[in-house]
Design a protein around this ligand. Structure first.
Ligand code: PEP
Length: 256
C-alpha cells in the first residue's frame, strides 16, 4: 500500500513573513483534521526554517526545491544535503523542469543530485516529463524513459525505498492545462514498468509516483483516483492554503 504524498512547490514565492503565515494556515488545518496522506511543503531556502518551525506541532513536513551534489566547499550560492537536514528537511525536489530549462541542469547532474540525496538520507522527488512538441510528435514515452533511466543511474533497490518520482508534463506546468487522467495513468504505469525492469516488482510497487501540472481541487479527484497516481506535486494551488488543504482532503476521500 502506497501512502499518498501531497507536496507543495512554492517555487520563488513566499519569503519568510508570507511563508510563516501560509504555513501557519496549513498547520492550523492539520491540527483540526486527521489525515493519513503525507504532506510536505517545499518553500524557498530562506523560508525553510520558518515553515519547519510552524510544522513542528503537526505531521506536516518540509522539503527543499533543489540541492547541490557536493558536501561543501567553493560552490558559491549552493546549498548541501547536510544543510537541508539541519533545517529539518526530509524531502528535496530534484530536476524540476524549470531547473532543467532555466538553469541548464543536465540529466547527468540530476543523477548526481538524486544519488547524493539518497546517500545522505534525504528523499528526492525526481521530476521527469516531456515538452509539448515531444508529446505532439509522440516521443513522450521515449523522453521520459531516458530521463528516468538517467536520473536513477547508480541507485540501488535499497535506496529506492526513499525515492519519489514526479511525472510533470512540461506543457501542463503553470499553464492551467492538465494531462487527462488517462494520459497521467498511462505514463505513471509506464514509469512503474521501467522501475520494475530496473529493480523488481516489489520495488516498483513501493515507489510513489506523483502527478504534477496544474493540479487543483477541481481536477485532483480524477487524477488521484488513477491506480498509479500516488499523490501530487502542486505549484500554483499550494500557494493558497484553502486549495492545498482541499487537495489533501480529496486524497483522504480516495481509497485504493
Ligand atoms: C510544479 O511547480 O511542479 C507544478 C506542477 O506547478 P503547477 O501546479 O502550478 O502547474
Amino acid at each position: 500500500m502506497r501512502k499518498f504524498l501531497i507536496a507543495g512547490n512554492w517555487k520563488m514565492n513566499a519569503g519568510p513573513v508570507e511563508a510563516k503565515n501560509l504555513a501557519g494556515e496549513i498547520n492550523s488545518w492539520a491540527k483540526d483534521n486527521s489525515f493519513k496522506s503525507e504532506v510536505v511543503i517545499c518553500p524557498p531556502y530562506v523560508s525553510i526554517p520558518f515553515v519547519a518551525k510552524e510544522f513542528r506541532s503537526t505531521e506536516c513536513k518540509v522539503g527543499a526545491q533543489n540541492v547541490h551534489n557536493q558536501d561543501n566547499g567553493a560552490y558559491t550560492g549552493e546549498i548541501s544535503t547536510s544543510m537541508l537536514k539541519e533545517l529539518e528537511c526530509e524531502f528535496v525536489i530534484v530536476g524540476h523542469s524549470e531547473r532543467r530549462e532555466y538553469f541548464e541542469e543536465s540529466d547527468e547532474l540530476i543523477s548526481k543530485k538524486t544519488l547524493k540525496s539518497l546517500t545522505d538520507g534525504l528523499k528526492p522527488i525526481v521530476c521527469v516529463g516531456e515538452k509539448l512538441d515531444e508529446r505532439k510528435s509522440n516521443s513522450h514515452k521515449k523522453v521520459v524513459k531516458y530521463q528516468v533511466e538517467a536520473a536513477l543511474n547508480g541507485v540501488s533497490a535499497k535506496q529506492a525505498e526513499n525515492l519519489v518520482i514526479a511525472y510533470e508534463p512540461v506543457w501542463a506546468i503553470g499553464t492551467g492545462e492538465t494531462a487527462t487522467p488517462e494520459q497521467a495513468q498511462e505514463m505513471h504505469h509506464f514509469i512503474r514498468s521501467l522501475l520494475e525492469e530496473k529493480w523488481n516488482k516489489g520495488v516498483s510497487d513501493s515507489v510513489r509516483i506523483l502527478y504534477g501540472g496544474s493540479m487543483k481541487p477541481g481536477n485532483a479527484k480524477e487524477l488521484l483516483s488513477q491506480p498509479d497516481v500516488d499523490g501530487g506535486l502542486i505549484g500554483g494551488a499550494s500557494l493558497d492554503s484553502g486549495s492545498f488543504t482541499e487537495i489533501i482532503s480529496i486524497s483522504e476521500s480516495i481509497s485504493k
